[in-house]
Design a binder for this molecule. Structure first.
Ligand SMILES: Cc1cc2nc3c(=O)[nH]c(=O)nc-3n(C[C@H](O)[C@H](O)[C@H](O)COP(=O)(O)OP(=O)(O)OC[C@H]3O[C@@H](n4cnc5c(N)ncnc54)[C@H](O)[C@@H]3O)c2cc1C
Length: 483
């Protein structure tokens, strides 16, 4: 933990949970300052950087010292925008929460054997193929990462089927008798057929046509995929990745989904890229970016934004108004709309068309939420056929390669099943839901930007960290940064 402290050089109160003891707040020189809390300007880092050279961003003509930009929201989208803009303009970062990072959320936990663990409950994994911006950012920041496993276990209580994708044949046949179960074998053949059909759909290139807007449900109907395939493979996959319930999973526009799956090597057996997780947790990069931002205002929700022809007024929840030249709104779309006091009908239409699903998220040590057989456990574990929001449990020991004497688990929408005495932390995270309507609205987002106002957020893409980072780069370059 000492190396955390060296990064930002200040001891900030952090929540450190000692498992097996009641939760407690501790502060000390070795607590990791991943999420600095400040409410005033901290430094003019640009002056000091000019003496050492090598800023990550080139100066442009926009970079007059008189220019001020507000970035609202400190998830990956806002952080990346602020990080790139800080060398061309003065940046003020607003965050409603008392910590920075949004879904980049690391918990410091001490195992009963004394091992200190940094456990991520939001952004956890990435790969080189589908995350080029994040990979470059981490390299530039000097963030270390290590290889990890991505596997997905599916348990269908109704049929008794249980298997793991991403762990070779041992995972597929976690129940050895399934190797002679014709219904299971036929479902496996359908997975292969699905990969072929989805790749063919992509190769056909239906962009802009009616076929491009076809839902996953219609695609599966037209090609006669079975109910078993939907229940035991297709719905779990989409539910797991986007935390969406069964019905909503089938609303996903087929082609848009296939582009994502293809990009992540999920349209072939064994095509998966190597996955990585951040050493010390994703809060590590949050701290590195935050340490160089001019002004950070945590616990400061923005209530409204009023756009004039030559400036933007930002009003926070206490009623305080500050005036900026430009603003990046890097929250979720409903939150962005709520703060636009002067929203146009078009902005209302586009932003209200992109829905999010709410997920209760619990970090805990109750192993009963994992499949009983160890062979049937994956890094992600989904229970099939439950009503409403999907019940998924991430096995963090596998997903982040954690040591320690306990199973550390992150469960979504399963709080009612977790033994309360094992709970370490509870959060609520929301994730974009995709439909033909939301994807059509997403295509309009860029056209809402002006010279003074731009939106950012993972909802500009597939809802993942790379999408957030990409939208942050786009927002910053619109306001003059180069990368
Ligand atoms: C359980 C879970 C696991 C995930 N795991 C991964 C993963 O492993 N890999 C991956 O690539 N993606 C993962 N994701 C997706 C993840 O959500 C995105 O990667 C990304 O972090 C979202 O970033 P964002 O900037 O769009 O939003 P957020 O991270 O949600 O940031 C928005 C910020 O805006 C702030 N805010 C809101 N309103 C206001 C206001 N009025 N004033 C000021 N601030 C405000 C919020 O407090 C928040 O901090 C996961 C998502 C979930 C739910």
């Amino acid at each position: 933990m000492t190396d955390h402290a060296e990064i930002a050089g200040s001891a900030t109160a952090q929540r450190v949970t000692r498992v097996g003891e009641p939760s407690q707040e501790t502060a000390g020189p070795h607590d990791p300052p991943d999420h600095p809390v400040r409410d005033h300007p901290v430094r003019d880092h640009r002056a000091s950087e000019s003496t050492v050279g090598g800023p990550a961003v080139a100066m442009t003509s926009v970079g007059s010292s008189a220019q001020r930009v507000a970035v609202i929201g400190s998830g990956v989208s806002g952080l990346v925008a602020a990080h790139l803009l800080r060398d061309v303009t003065d940046v003020t970062l607003y965050e409603a929460d008392d910590r920075l990072g949004g879904h980049a959320h690391t918990h410091q936990v001490v195992d009963p054997d004394g091992t200190e663990l940094s456990i991520d409950t939001g952004f956890i994994v990435h790969n080189d193929r589908a995350y080029p911006i994040l990979t470059r950012l981490f390299a530039e920041l000097g963030v270390r990462r290590y290889a990890t496993e991505m596997s997905m276990s599916i348990v269908d209580a109704e049929s008794g089927v249980s298997y793991v994708g991403g762990r070779g044949l041992g995972g597929v046949f976690a129940q050895p008798h399934r190797s002679v179960d014709p219904r299971f074998l036929s479902m496996l053949l359908e997975i292969k057929r699905f990969h072929i059909c989805a790749r063919r759909e992509l190769a056909a290139g239906h962009a802009g046509s009616e076929v491009a807007g076809r839902s996953l449900a219609r695609f599966l109907d037209e090609l006669d995929f079975s109910a078993r395939f939907r229940r035991q493979f297709m719905i779990p996959l989409v539910s797991c990745v986007w935390s969406s319930g069964g019905d909503r999973a089938l609303d996903y526009p087929a082609r848009y989904l296939f582009e994502f799956l293809d990009n992540h090597g999920m349209l072939s057996v064994g095509g998966s890229p190597q996955w990585y997780t951040v050493e010390g947790g994703s809060g590590r990069y949050v701290g590195l970016i935050a340490a160089k931002i001019d002004t950070i205002r945590t616990s400061t929700p923005v209530r409204s934004i009023v756009r004039a022809h030559d400036h933007v007024d930002v009003v926070d929840a206490s009623g305080h108004t500050d005036t900026f030249d430009r603003v990046v709104v890097a929250t979720h779309p409903d939150q962005a709309l709520a703060m636009l006091a002067d929203a146009t009908p078009r902005e209302r239409d586009v932003l209200s068309s992109i829905e999010y699903s709410d997920n209760e998220v619990v970090l805990h040590t109750d192993s009963s939420l994992l499949p009983r057989s160890r062979r049937a456990r994956g890094a992600w574990n989904l229970e099939v056929g439950t009503e409403g929001a999907p019940r998924v449990t991430y096995w963090m020991n596998r997903l982040q390669g954690l040591r320690g004497t306990r199973d550390y688990l992150v469960s979504l929408n399963s709080a009612d099943r977790v033994d309360p005495s094992t709970v370490i932390a509870q959060m609520n995270y929301s994730h974009p839901l995709y439909s033909t309507r939301s994807v059509a609205a997403q295509r309009q987002l860029d056209s809402l930007a002006t010279d003074r106002f731009v939106l950012a957020g993972a909802y500009h893409g597939w809802g993942f960290h790379e999408d957030g980072a990409r939208s942050g780069v786009a927002a910053a370059t619109r306001f003059g940064a180069q990368w």
